[in-house]
Write a protein that binds this ligand. Structure first.
Ligand code: NAD
Ligand code: MG
Length: 387
């Protein structure tokens, strides 16, 4: 039996993790959620959950928790960051981190310090702290396995291949909700427009990130840290069908691609079944590709003028240090403003560009940094934007 701790269990990835392990030989004793406690009744019963961490301690949420505790009197509940840390440190098992945003950073750190392997959906962890995280993982002898579909595909394609045999990583991008629109047409797009992703159903933040192409920018930085590849060996290409989930170009100019109908169940199962595709979930969960129906798959060059955030992501990634934290924090703040109808879609880009410009000398000012510096900078950047 395998023990798992699932963070962000109410989210899009978290729910699919539960779907993947349902009825299988897994034990989950500890979970975390943001504030949607009302979704957890069945989960607490079905998995006999012992500990729940809730990131929100507003009266409304505490009220919902108390109702849940009437039904499950043995359930222990923790709140805020402290409660989240307990979820990771006080219970056994590998950690699936499906929290969205930088809130996923500290639990990743705590999991590694507790010598637990991490199945990481939370790409923001690696964007802001990739160097520190991999140094820690090495020192504590734990594995970081990516759940993000592109990276999971690369991870599989690179299995048993020597790094020097690979010339390039090619990350595919669906193009997001606005891939057919010109920049002029983006002026008045709404939240609903941005959330209407053509291929994937995901949490709101990442769906907006796909529409701005920030998501692909974050993924380039994520790939740099995961696979230790220079940025000039990481390419992106638009592939509207999302059938190929990334590609590896080998030194002999052959290319390996991993293909499946878009579903996060595949990377989730690969990550949590100890990376062993042999014991993957039943093949009925994800539809086989029918090449007869599919007929063709297409590609378009990534357009840095149409999608300026991809260019900026390469710049901040190459600069390294604390600049990716600025990129990530300003994006999180801007997306939150957009989702709260405070700004227009194109202002997301403006806010990120402005923040990265304002902090352009941050690495000179602070060449060495800790996790605490990252957390503090994240808060500072966000506070400036929300003012
Ligand atoms: P989501 O918004 O659906 O779920 C996020 C989860 O995190 C929820 O359980 C929420 O309660 C919890 N959460 C939010 N803020 C929190 C906080 N401050 N503290 C603690 N918990 C908090 O998001 P998602 O789409 O499932 O994405 C989760 C992560 O996985 C993101 O980093 C995303 O980039 C990555 N990812 C998602 C997909 C996908 O298909 N959804 C694909 C690839 C990568
Ligand atoms: Mg992805």
């Amino acid at each position: 039996m395998k023990e798992l701790i699932i963070l962000g269990v109410t989210g899009s990835i978290g729910r699919q993790v539960l779907e993947t392990i349902k009825g299988k030989d897994f034990r989950v004793r500890s979970i975390s959620c943001g504030k949607r406690v009302e979704l957890l009744d069945d989960v607490i019963r079905d998995y006999n959950i012992e500990y729940l961490s809730v990131s929100d301690d507003s009266l409304d949420t505490v009220n919902k928790v108390n109702k849940l505790k009437e039904k499950y009197p043995n359930l222990i509940v923790g709140y805020n960051q402290e409660g989240l840390i307990k979820a990771v440190t006080d219970y056994p098992g590998d950690v699936v981190n499906a929290i969205t945003g930088i809130a996923g950073l500290i639990p990743t750190v705590k999991a590694i310090e507790s010598k637990k392997n991490v199945m990481l959906a939370n790409k923001e962890t690696l964007v802001v702290a990739g160097n520190i995280i991999f140094e820690m993982a090495k020192n504590n002898n734990v594995r970081i396995v990516p759940i993000d579909s592109e990276h999971n595909a690369l991870y599989r394609l690179m299995n048993n291949v020597k790094e020097k045999e690979i010339s390039k990583l090619i990350i595919t991008a669906s193009g997001g909700a606005f891939r057919e629109k010109t920049r002029e047409e983006l002026f008045d797009v709404t939240i609903d427009d941005a959330l209407a992703h053509p291929n994937w159903s995901m949490g709101a933040k990442i769906t907006v990130d796909c529409a701005t192409m920030v998501n692909k920018g974050l993924e380039v930085i994520e790939a740099h840290h995961l696979f230790n590849f220079d940025y000039d060996r990481i390419e992106t290409v638009i592939h509207p069908e999302s059938i190929i989930h990334s590609m590896v170009e080998y030194n002999d100019n052959s290319v390996g691609a991993l293909m499946y109908n878009p579903s996060m169940l595949i990377p989730i199962q690969y990550a949590i079944y100890e990376n062993n595709v042999e014991c993957a979930i039943d093949s009925t969960s994800v539809k086989k590709i029918s090449f007869k129906d599919l007929k063709q798959i297409t590609f378009r060059e990534m357009d840095e003028v149409r999608f300026p955030m991809i260019k900026l992501a390469y710049e901040v990634g190459k600069a390294g240090g604390l600049l990716p934290t600025v990129f990530n924090a300003s994006n999180e703040a801007a997306v939150s403003l957009f989702l709260n109808k405070k700004i227009k879609f194109l202002q997301i880009e403006e806010i990120i560009k402005k923040a990265c410009y304002e902090y352009r000398d941050i690495n000179k000012v602070k060449p060495n940094y800790t996790i605490e510096d990252i957390i503090n900078l994240d808060k500072e950047v966000k506070a400036n934007i929300l003012l």
